[in-house]
Design a protein around this ligand. Structure first.
Ligand SMILES: N[C@@H](CCC[C@H](N)C(=O)O)C(=O)O
Length: 279
């Protein structure tokens, strides 16, 4: 099976071109290719597929085999792949995701290949039922207190198609990501589990984010997470609508438009291609 390894701000996935390859069991395949010792090594698997609703469709799977509804860093790489490999011949494209059809603008560099991509990530979903999160279905979870064995954590929870729990901290480098991350990911409040972002506010237009991803553990970046952080920063009065988010693997430019959607702009990089034995 042919594959291409790509990353967006260090959030790396194995991409399969399903216009040419047939994937029978993406759950098992994701577990195998993602393994950093016995596989190719990645934060998961992304399938690039034909769509009857958009220019192309993507599906993403975490290293534990679970499927994520959306992947912000992944969708930029999907856009780069389909343009650079000639599957789509225009610089404004639509991609079908588990969060509906999203619109993207592609920006090429001197080589003619795509280097940066801007994505309309859609509006955040703020009601608990939309995450899902336990509690009153039509209430938002902004700066709510979540009880943990270790004590209480204040968090803002919302969906960008996939569920996120944003925790603001004073010192993100030394926060308890590895203990609190998995506890929140698997907290009984979140029946479908959750992605967790730990965020230090630098100033009103700059934040530093670390991410504990559902089904993956710590990753170097998360685009849907950066979108959730942008919304949570505004809703809790910490940041402006337009910010730079510094993630471990690079920066993302973020803006929550007054009209509703979150815009994300960032890099997309192809690393290498190869052949993998799927059995
Ligand atoms: N890294 C991604 C999000 C991937 C999916 C996530 N782990 C989930 O299960 O929802 C991004 O860049 O958005």
């Amino acid at each position: 099976m042919k594959f291409t390894k790509m990353h967006g701000a260090g959030n790396d996935y194995v991409y399969i071109n399903c216009f040419e390859e047939k994937v029978d069991d993406p759950v098992i395949l994701s577990q195998r290719v993602s393994n950093r010792n016995f596989g190719i090594g990645s934060d998961g698997l992304i399938l690039i597929m034909p769509s009857d609703k958009a220019d192309v469709r993507m599906r993403m799977f975490n290293p534990d085999g679970s499927e994520g509804e959306m992947c912000g860093n992944g969708i930029r790489c999907v856009a780069k792949y389909v343009y650079d490999h000639g599957l789509v011949k225009k610089l404004n494209i639509d991609v079908e995701t588990g969060n509906g059809v999203l619109a993207l603008d592609l920006f090429t560099g001197g080589s003619g290949l795509v280097e940066r991509v801007s994505v309309n990530m859609g509006p955040p979903k703020l009601m608990r039922s939309e995450l899902p999160m336990t509690g009153p279905a039509n209430e938002q979870a902004i700066a709510v207190t979540l009880p943990l064995a270790q004590g209480e954590v204040e968090a803002t929870c919302l969906s960008m198609g996939n569920p996120h729990c944003v925790v603001f901290v004073d010192d993100v480098e030394n926060c308890a990501l590895e203990t609190i991350g998995p506890l929140l990911e698997n907290h009984e409040y979140f029946p479908n589990r959750i992605n967790v972002e730990f965020v230090q506010v630098v100033n009103r237009t700059e934040v530093i984010q670390r991410t504990w991803e559902r089904g993956a553990g710590e990753t170097l970046a998360c685009g849907t997470g950066a979108s959730a952080v942008t919304v949570a920063g505004v809703l809790t009065g910490r940041t402006e609508r337009k910010i730079i988010n510094h993630l471990r693997g690079g920066d993302l430019q973020m803006e929550w438009l007054e009209e509703g959607p979150v815009m994300m702009t960032g890099p997309a990089v192809e690393v290498f291609s190869g052949d993998f034995n799927p059995r």
